[in-house]
Design a protein around this ligand. Structure first.
Ligand code: MRU
Length: 361
């Protein structure tokens, strides 16, 4: 996607054999590139959320393995790097998927071939992500196009968190259909949940939609139900960090409440899911998916651009009030209208997931 007319991916190999990323902790007020010199930089970038979003942290994990193989390609070094990277964030299964793919390929090769093969494989995973998301965009375009034909006017789509191109290598998952429909000339408008506490909607989704010229409005996290009751949301499209073999969807905290409101108001609730986000080892999302709990300072403090042009951080809770910060929640499959995947729109039920996705792996 383009930033001020220049095409970017969110992560790319630098000319001198390192890895560059867009530093997402600096957006929306500053567009900054950050260099990952080694595997520890990659692990820190994931843990501290300089990169975030399930597909992108998977690709960063793969590049992290590749960076480590440039220095030490022994079995012990491979194990140590993979074990460290996979723990950087617990909920998005894409990280484990990508790191284990790297581990499995590299452990079958002699040490001398690992550095080169690791680099190529990380690049392949990145390129595949772009292809998958483009395909999700094409399938989602069909849904938005049908709604536009039935409704005859602007399609209003609500999204939560950031599942746009910043959360992937390019295109995004939930926003890929939005970009495809917008580029096809379908009139649309996106309601952007701010997504407390880290504000990925307000800071990242709003920024990338604005870069592409897509009409959008930022709303507070609690506004979605009200808008749905008044017929102002035609569909919800969100991303996912992990989807079970039964179709339970784990995504950013607050997604479940949007799904409940959508269900109560008869609004279709779609989940854009690239196949690496499917975890076929799990069947009960609520009981089995590990939910990341982050530090309370993310809830107690906010930061932003002040009127004097300085970015400052300020406390919004009383000193001494404890805060809890559960980063994700699980939406049961029964609330999901469909999974928009690279293989088409798939029902969130075990049989459809097995036939349409798992048997094609
Ligand atoms: O904590 P984050 O910002 O990594 O959470 C991101 C999300 O919850 C996204 O919706 C999800 O990873 C899908 S990204 C295509």
């Amino acid at each position: 996607m383009k930033v001020k007319g220049i095409s970017y991916r969110t992560i790319w190999p630098s000319a001198d054999g390192k890895v560059d990323i867009i530093d997402q902790t600096r957006l929306p007020h500053e567009f900054a590139i950050m260099r990952l010199e080694n595997m520890r930089d990659a692990e820190r970038a994931i843990r501290e959320m300089h990169v975030r979003g399930a597909p992108l942290i998977g690709v960063t994990g793969a590049y992290g393995v590749a960076l480590s193989m440039q220095h030490h390609a022994s079995d012990a070094a491979l194990k140590a790097s993979c074990d460290l990277l996979v723990k950087a964030r617990p909920t998005a299964v894409n990280l484990r998927w990508a790191v284990e793919r790297m581990r499995s390929l590299l452990s079958s090769l002699p040490e001398g071939e690992r550095a080169h093969a690791a680099w190529n494989e990380a690049q392949r995973i990145a390129d595949e992500d772009v292809e998958i998301n483009a395909s999700i965009g094409r399938h989602g375009l069909g849904i938005i196009g049908n709604t536009h034909r039935e409704k005859g006017s602007t399609v209003n789509i609500l999204t939560h968190c950031n599942a746009g191109w910043l959360a992937t290598v390019d295109w995004g998952t939930a926003l890929a259909p939005v970009y495809a429909a917008f580029d096809a000339g379908i009139p649309l408008h996106v309601w952007v949940d701010e997504t407390r506490p880290r504000n990925q909607g307000a800071s990242l989704t709003a920024w990338e939609l604005a870069q592409h010229g897509v009409p959008h409005t930022v709303i507070v996290d609690n506004a979605g139900g009200h808008l749905m009751q008044h017929g102002r949301v035609d569909m919800v499209i969100v991303g996912a960090d992990r989807v079970t073999a039964t179709g339970d969807v784990c995504n950013k905290i607050g997604t479940y409440l949007k799904a409940l409101a959508a269900y109560d108001n008869g609004v279709p609730f779609y989940v854009a899911m690239p196949s690496p986000t499917l975890d076929d080892t799990m069947s009960d999302g609520i009981m089995e998916i590990p939910i990341e709990e982050r530090g309370e300072e993310e809830v107690c403090y906010m930061s932003g651009l002040c009127d004097d042009g300085e970015i400052r951080r300020m406390r919004i809770t009383p000193l001494g009030s404890p805060a809890a910060n559960h980063a994700f929640d699980v939406t049961p499959a029964r609330l999901v209208t469909g999974l928009i995947t690279e293989h088409g729109v798939v029902a969130a039920d075990p049989n459809a997931i097995r036939e349409r996705i798992l048997e094609r792996r």
